[in-house]
Design a binder for this molecule. Structure first.
Ligand SMILES: Cc1ncc(C[n+]2csc(CCOP(=O)(O)OP(=O)(O)O)c2C)c(N)n1
Ligand SMILES: [Mg+2]
Length: 344
């Protein structure tokens, strides 16, 4: 229950704020693709279509308390946890003030120490091992009542690291919620060519944890399933695998042409199930929100993203003298660099 057909599971305030973040994420997404076409953002990736899954997840996470180890597609998730469009634009445009990496990492490596968002590695699936190690460290350190959430695509479940992470989490009964954003493709590779069973959730049995299929385009269904899984993790009930079935509405990245492997009719059918339009209808029908309020939210999101773009555009690039900062093996201040001297 609590799906689009069930009773309201969220307060009116929660529902409106969740909707606002979904719209904001789509507005940032739209802008990223424009910037990429203009050559002003070198690499962009999309969360379009995944917003209900990601914002639904956030509704069960205590930002700054629980740890989140996201993957590159989780723009709506990090916005819901408190990052801003400006943070994301600075990251996409590689600026020095980029809070994720000071303009070092390619787009999608979100991180925030204050919000306990841990930067992922670029190697698909490898961040699950980090999430599990983190949960193990929390237990050893005696930190109770804190859960770790990690997300990934269905393609990642074919990786060795995925198997290792779920094995240890299952054996040690660690407080981890594994969320698969199951969107039917790993770039061009369809589900059946990478996952030997129809549902990723079925794999959970092999790791001694419950697995559940969730409608990933239904914000409330995701929020409810996540709340159950987080409650289990916090009560020392062990890990959970949730599979949120969804679809990405854009190509994988700006380096991908999805027309080569997806039929237009398939994409159109999923556009008709766009999670934002769907939840907007719920707001109007069940929460009595006026359509004009939804239009206002969309206008505000666009204005905020316009301002964030101007801010990021005007922000300086990382200084060349800082090129070796944070690189393993270099010691800050040890190697005099000509750029340091020129700008001293
Ligand atoms: C080990 C590894 N193999 C391949 C890649 C290239 N790659 C990046 S994302 C991706 C697709 C992953 O698909 P999925 O896990 O389903 O997530 P989605 O992108 O669909 O959300 C691939 C193959 C990589 N980064 N790392
Ligand atoms: Mg996928």
């Amino acid at each position: 229950m609590g799906s689009d057909d069930g009773p309201p599971a969220l307060s009116a305030a929660e529902a409106l704020s969740a909707y606002t973040v979904m719209v904001q994420a789509r507005a940032v997404d739209d802008r990223l693709w424009q910037l990429s076409r203009q050559g002003r953002a070198h690499f962009v990736i999309t969360s379009a279509g995944h917003e209900a899954t990601q914002v639904g997840m956030a509704l069960a996470i205590r930002a700054g308390h629980d740890y989140v180890v996201p993957y590159y597609r989780d723009m709506a998730l990090v916005l819901a946890l408190g990052q801003t469009p400006r943070d994301l634009l600075l990251h996409a445009m590689g600026r020095a003030a980029d809070p994720a990496s000071g303009g070092r990492q390619m787009y999608g490596h979100f991180s925030s120490r204050a919000r306990r968002i841990v930067s992922g590695s670029s190697s698909v699936g490898s961040h699950l091992v980090h999430a599990v190690g983190l949960a193990f460290a929390l237990r050893i350190g005696g930190e109770r009542d804190t859960a770790v959430v990690t997300s990934f695509g269905e393609g990642a479940t074919a990786e060795g690291a995925w198997h290792e992470a779920l094995t240890i989490a299952g054996i040690q009964r660690l407080p981890v919620v594994f969320v698969c954003e199951s969107n039917q493709y790993a770039i061009s590779m369809p589900h059946h060519a990478e996952v030997p069973v129809a549902d990723v959730a079925l794999k959970a049995a092999g790791y001694g944890m419950p697995g559940e299929v969730v409608d990933g385009n239904d914000l409330r269904a995701v929020a409810l399933a996540m709340r159950r899984a987080m409650a289990r993790a916090r009560a020392d009930g062990g890990p959970t695998l949730l599979e949120c079935k969804t679809y990405r509405l854009r190509p994988h990245s700006n380096a991908d042409d999805d027309r080569r492997y997806r039929a237009a009719a398939e994409v159109d059918a999923w556009r008709a199930r766009d999670p934002i339009g769907r939840f907007g209808e719920v707001l109007v029908r069940e929460y009595g929100v006026a359509p004009a309020v939804l239009a206002q939210i969309a206008g505000q999101a666009r204005a905020e993203v316009d301002q964030a773009t101007l801010d990021a555009d005007a922000a300086p690039a990382p200084h060349p003298a800082t090129i070796a900062d944070h690189v393993f093996g270099t010691v800050a201040g040890a190697a005099p660099r000509s750029e340091d001297q020129r700008h001293a």
